[in-house]
Ligand binder design. Structure first.
Ligand code: PLP
Length: 419
């Protein structure tokens, strides 16, 4: 860091400001986490210099002996962690991983069946502004109005009607476990590839606290930076029969040279995930998410589906008469970072939204437990109902002081003890 500070104080200063920001607030973005210093060290390494197009022992560049070892370790660890036949650790991100899965199994114009974005899916699941919506004929299922959980009967009916090439399960705002067996049966009935985008919950699978999609799905794609707590990036695991197709789709179909510093960071993270400490972390993530959802519910900020089985919950703010957009701004001004989110059948436009999404990965990494989730719910409720988005509002100041006390007791990236 001293070299950066000397050469480019502007960027160095911004890195410090961002670390300060991450330390100062309560971080409840469900897709974020605080990766370990060991992963950060891998990311900031000279592996970033190396071109390594291809795969271990079959590269298009010389000098790959060391990075081959890195990638082999990452692949072996991913296979062991998820009990998978095959792993590709090269996707630069979750969206790149998804692009490769489409590339492997579908051609432009093919039909895919996925969860709609406004019910909890993801942009890359056939939303019209994404490549996936432009290149494929995307048909979408959603949640049932009464349970607010995936409408499996609708999935089956749409699959039979449209005979998709791919059936995709997973998304960005799904608080409940997904019934992989049911999806598998539906996919088999219509002869479709069954793909799970496990970006959000794969860390809970790694920690063995929720069921794994790996035995059921043809393909599982994921990001490595959410609950999993690794570097920003993507990966794919699959059955042996699909291995060659997936590898060829990642490179050379969709990507060029892999980011070897990221691959090293993934290897470090996969090893971390196989420790008892990580399994305990994953369980605490679940406990904290349930506690936070329950405590917000007690304040009339209702969790969609009535609660959560995962690291995130989605809340309907209509009980307190505030929009998602206002709630996000009010919480932000009070030192609580979360995001507005459309809820199923939302009467508001997506940029206003009736809901918020909260997640427990970051606060759990900081060592908080269920008791602190009660405190956080109280602070969210006060910020949402008693402030107006002005950071100088007296109640916002008061909440920020309480946030400060909490994050001082449970710091992000604690300073090493002096001496
Ligand atoms: N898939 C799902 C379900 C996601 O939630 C996300 C990101 O939030 C992605 C894919 C895309 O990941 P990335 O932002 O790394 O491209």
């Amino acid at each position: 860091f001293s070299a950066l500070l000397e050469q480019d104080p502007d960027i160095a200063g911004l890195l410090v400001s961002e670390l300060d920001r991450q330390r100062a607030g309560i971080q409840l973005i469900a897709s974020e986490n605080q990766t370990s210093p060991a992963v950060l060290a891998a990311l900031g390494s000279t592996l970033s210099n190396k071109y390594a197009e291809g795969y271990p022992d079959a590269r298009y560049y010389g000098g790959c002996a060391e990075v081959d070892k890195v990638e082999k370790l990452a692949i072996e660890r991913a296979k062991e962690l998820f009990g998978a036949d095959h792993a590709n650790v090269q996707p630069h991100s979750g969206a790149s991983a998804n692009q490769a899965v489409y590339g492997a199994f579908a051609s432009p114009g093919d039909t895919i069946l996925a969860m709609s974005l406004d019910h909890g899916g993801h942009l890359t699941h056939g939303f019209k502004v994404s490549f996936s919506g432009k290149w494929f004929n995307a048909v979408h299922y959603g949640v049932a109005q009464d349970t607010e959980d995936i409408d499996y009967d609708q999935v089956e009916a749409l699959a039979k009607e449209h005979r998709p090439r791919i059936i995709l399960a997973g998304g960005s705002a799904i608080p409940r476990l997904i019934d992989f067996e049911r999806f598998r049966a539906i996919a088999d009935e219509v002869g479709a590839i069954f793909w799970v985008d496990a970006a959000h919950f794969i860390g809970l699978v790694a920690g063995k606290v929720i069921p794994s999609p790996v035995p059921h799905a043809d393909i599982v794609s994921f990001t490595t930076h959410k609950v999993l707590r690794g570097p920003r990036g993507g990966a794919i695991v699959c059955k042996e029969e699909h291995a060659k197709k997936i590898d060829r789709a990642v490179f050379p179909m969709m990507q060029g040279g892999p980011l070897m510093h990221g691959v090293a960071g993934k290897a470090v993270n996969f090893a971390e995930c196989m420790t008892p400490a990580y399994q305990a972390y994953a369980q605490q993530v679940l406990d904290n998410a349930a506690a936070l959802a329950g405590a917000l519910d007690a304040h009339d900020i209702r969790p969609i589906t009535g609660g959560t089985d995962t690291h995130l919950s989605l809340h309907d703010l209509r009980g307190v008469g505030v929009t998602g957009r206002d709630a996000e701004a009010r919480c932000d001004a009070a030192g609580i970072v979360l995001n507005k989110n459309a809820i199923p059948f939302d009467p508001e436009k997506p940029n206003v939204a009736s809901g918020i999404r909260v997640g427990s990965p970051s606060v759990t990494t900081q060592g908080m437990g269920t008791e602190q989730m009660g405190t956080i719910a109280d602070l969210i409720h006060r910020a949402v109902t008693e402030t107006d988005g002005d950071p100088e509002h007296p109640v916002a100041r008061e909440i920020r002081a309480q946030v400060g006390e909490l994050v001082t007791s449970y710091p992000a990236y604690p300073e090493p003890a002096a001496g």
